[in-house]
Write a new protein. Sequence first.
Length: 636
Amino acid sequence: MRTEEEMLAERLTKLQSARAEDLCIEDALALAETLTRADLELHEAAATARKEAENQRDATKKAYDTAAELEKKRGALKRLETKTEALNAQRLRQETEKRQAEDARPEIEQLSAELVTIDRQLAEYPALEALERQRRDAEELTEKARADETKAAASLARIAGEKTALDRESGSLRDAPERRSRAEAALNALETAGEKLTALAERVKSRESAEADLQKQTASQRQAGEAESAALKERDALKEEQETLGNTALAVAESEGRLKACEDAGARLRERADLVAAWQKAAREYADAAKVYQTSRQKAETLREEANRLRRQYNDNIAGVLAAGLREAQPCPVCGSVHHPAPAVMAEAVDRVRVEAADRKATDAEGAATRDATACGARQNAAEDRRAQLALQMAGLADNEWAGAVSRELTENKALQTTLNDALNRAKAAETRSATIRETLLPAAERALTEAQNAKRERDNALQTAEQAVRMAAEEVTKAAAGLMPEGWTPAQLRDALEENRRERQTQRQLIDRAVADLKRQGEIAEQLHTLEEERQAQESLRAGNQTRAAEQTQRLEGLRTQIDEKKRGLLYASRAEADAAVTQKTNRREALQNAIRETGERLLETVNRLSELGGQATILREQLEGAPVCELEQL
């Protein structure tokens, strides 16, 4: 059937043809009016057809929605039945748990009785703890008194030893005043001689400094001459090197051209290597896809065989299904007999749900195998396409030689690039070196040569000044040594004389300090002997008092231990801490058992209520589904 658009196009063609034949205006207008009326009639007919199609689509959609709602309710009913079965199993387990929890009630009563006994005895523990504190205090006091007695005895022994040592030390210090006088006289004579020797040493030091400066200036003058020669040599060497380098720009341009050609060849080789890798990957993916397809195809065949076997078995068991519903004295739906002496028996129980489920599994597996076959074909095509591209580029080589050949060519190209790049770097370095010599190094060498020549003249003048200073310092040393040092003395002998004078002065100062310290020590010893005597008397008194206190506390401690032992014999636990720990442990155990009884009862009640709720929901759904038609959603 032709569409509206096709008919309108046909009429327009006729109208254009009419114009082409030079019809008169009246005939053309009449033809156009006729075409317009016909188009309006076609348009109205098409609108009516579209309206009928929309009504039919709405009716179909309403039927589909109704069927979908019924299917949804059937699924909900099935889920409710599954939950009900699980809750019934849970209720049985919870009833068992509640009975087990109730069996612990005798233990709860025993724990309560023990807690009552412990609670009655808790009032006895404060008195026991007070006695324990008194016992510990008495033990501490006894130990302290004995320790103080031992400490006092040790102090007396120490005091006796210290007094003996101080008496011996005081006797050895009686000659201290005489030693001090002798040392002070000797120190005065040594200090006068030391001043003269120090003045001479200063002049010797000045002469040595002038001589060292002369040596330094001599070395500087020699170094300035060497620097002048080196600067001249450096300038000449730079000029010679610049002439040797020649035209470096041409060498750089040639090296860059060779390197660019090699890099372009390397890029083409890398593209070929990427194509080889893509071909190898596509080949692997094709092999993997083929394995997947083989597995899914075998699975589909196995599932289809099983589905066919179950459907045959189901058909064979129809008589067994009818026989399972027969009852004595009720007519058979096949033969009408009310007696059933030999009913048919099913070889294997196979219901319709199982057959349909197996058929769906087989259909799904066949669809998966079809998809895997499509994917396998796509992988094969991809691998063949890449192989065809490579075959054009690798003519003359077998497939298994392509990867190795490309790898070798890449390695050779990389090595050649490295060689050419090194050559380019050397050419650029030579170009840079030539520019550096021309613009920087050679001008700097000229300046360095001028500076070295100026420095050489300055060092010559400084050497003459240093020689004059050495002569003046030698004359001053000769004047200062007259009458103090022997003929032909050396600086080493002067240093020995100064060192000997310093050691002698140090020795005399030490003798003076020792004599002063000895005098001071004699006074300290007298004070220490007086203090030790007072301390001895105090320690004698402390020792006697500590002996008395130790005896008293020992007697009190024995009495407290007797009272504590009598108190403990009437208690279940030796201390309040042990009793509290027992109360906590027994209380926790009793509460745990009580909580178990309560919680198992609550969980059981919650399960029963949930079962009742699910039963009500299932009843409502069954009433809604009663008499409802069974529709296939896929057909709708």
